[in-house]
Design a protein around this ligand. Structure first.
Ligand code: SF4
Length: 443
């Protein structure tokens, strides 16, 4: 894992200007066109990389750096000190996302010096990290450049070739052709590729998801970070419980989504689906369907398998990282997962499920990532609730259709990727544009 730091990995970030939107757009477009092609090859790993339990608030900015620091400490247990340089989006919003605290906790008891370099954006992925081990004289004895590529996953030029491919197809159109020929469902294809052990894994993740919702529904207080936001899940749950059934059902979905997202914002235990910031959407929909429609645990796990498959395609063909493609890759993907899961639970055909997925991504295209103060709170917490409601509406729309539609899911994923690359860096977790500016103006 040791690797000499190579400055060719890095390009200087152009400081975003807010004075000229025209020059900003053209500059960003040039840069993004050049980087449209992903630097790591498409492989379809296990869906266990989509569902990972860990601590919030951010899979890319907290979970990934924590994992990298743990790995580096394991390799250098006798270092006198670590120096960790954070680049790009990690450096721009790392303080709000508790990146430094995650690294310090994972490196303990070895002291850590954090160097923040938001002005340098690595070419491989914006969330770059350089780990250096130092001896008592301050000499570097080991170093490792690694990137947190979203969903808590790590990669660099070396590890990309070690990715274990579990699936033979990485497009939904290929999967659809295959399962139609074989008479299978999506979840059966997942079982074929992953093995029967996937069900125990998903059952464990589903249990954590439910525990997180229940904990969130009984938590009160101010969410840490400085915005002084009060958690709302408990209050909403109490109010929703007294509503008439017609209104109660949807109101409870909001409370369930808030419960997970608020736990995430406070660094609580959550399951990525597919990221920490978007972890509230799928569990809210599944929990609601379990409570209201009495779907069995087995059906829920099968829905999670199919949802994981669709998210895996997005991760492989585009990105699930807000720093790379904006929130369309996080909450957009989570909305896809929830819509797909709901549609399968209600008996949707493979074509209807694919349609639900396509709609869920299409209607989240262009969604930016610009949280206030770099905290995964505004708009993130509410956005999870909105996406959960939207996923349920999409399910109804797809169920009323015959599954035929013009734009395929694969095409909309490609569009999402291009849209994400074309988004100015201001709107990709850099805390330099959009809602993030409200803090500057008002404080
Ligand atoms: S705006 Fe979306 S992508 Fe950005 S931190 Fe919030 S949830 Fe994640």
């Amino acid at each position: 894992m040791s690797q000499k730091p190579d400055n060719t990995f890095f390009i200087k970030q152009t400081t975003p200007s807010r004075t000229s939107s025209i020059s900003r757009t053209s500059r960003t477009s040039r840069a993004s066109r050049a980087s449209r092609k992903k630097n790591y090859p498409p492989t379809m790993e296990s869906i266990t990389k989509i569902y990972k339990d860990g601590f919030g608030p951010s899979s890319s900015h907290t979970m990934g750096p924590h994992k990298a620091a743990s790995m580096f400490k394991e390799k250098n247990p006798h270092a006198a000190k670590f120096r960790v340089t954070l680049y790009g989006s990690l450096a721009a919003t790392g303080k709000g996302h508790l990146t430094d605290q995650a690294i310090i906790a994972a490196s303990s008891p070895i002291p850590v010096e954090i160097v923040w370099r938001p002005d340098i954006v690595p070419q491989f992925h914006t969330n770059g990290m350089l780990y250096e081990a130092l001896d008592p004289d301050g000499n570097v004895t080991d170093n490792w450049t690694i990137y947190s590529i979203g969903g808590g996953n790590l990669a660099n030029e070396q590890t990309q070739s070690d990715n274990k491919e579990v699936y033979q197809f990485s497009h939904i159109s290929e999967v659809l052709d295959y399962i139609e020929k074989e008479g299978l469902n999506y979840w059966e294809y997942v079982e074929q590729c992953e093995g029967k052990e996937i069900w125990d894994y998903l059952a464990r993740m589903w249990q954590i998801m439910q525990d997180t919702i229940e904990e969130g529904l009984h938590t009160d207080g101010v969410i840490q970070g400085g915005l002084k936001l009060r958690s709302k899940a408990r209050q909403y749950f109490v109010r929703a419980s007294s509503f008439k059934p017609s209104l109660q059902s949807r109101a409870l979905v909001i409370a369930y989504a808030l419960a997970t997202s608020e736990r995430n914002a406070t660094g609580g235990h959550i399951v990525t689906a597919p990221t920490c910031g978007s972890a509230g959407v799928l569990p809210a929909v599944l929990y609601h369907l379990k409570k209201n429609h009495l779907f069995s645990e087995k059906s829920i796990l099968k829905a999670m398998a199919t949802a994981g498959l669709f998210a895996n395609v997005i991760k492989t063909q585009a990105s699930i990282s807000g720093a790379e493609v904006g929130c369309q890759g996080e909450v957009g993907s989570a909305c896809v997962m929830a819509a797909v899961a709901a549609n399968q639970l209600f008996g949707g055909s493979p074509q209807q499920i694919e349609y639900a997925a396509e709609m869920a991504m299409e209607h989240n295209l262009g969604l930016t990532c610009d949280p206030m103060c770099g905290l995964v709170q505004i708009p993130c917490i509410e956005r999870n609730a909105m996406a959960a409601l939207r996923a349920l509406d999409i399910n109804i729309y797809a169920m009323m259709s015959d599954g035929k539609h013009l734009i395929s899911f694969d095409k909309v994923v490609r569009t999402m990727n291009l849209t994400g690359k074309d988004l100015p860096s201001l709107y990709k977790e850099t805390a330099q544009g959009g809602l993030a500016l409200l803090t500057e103006e008002e404080n």
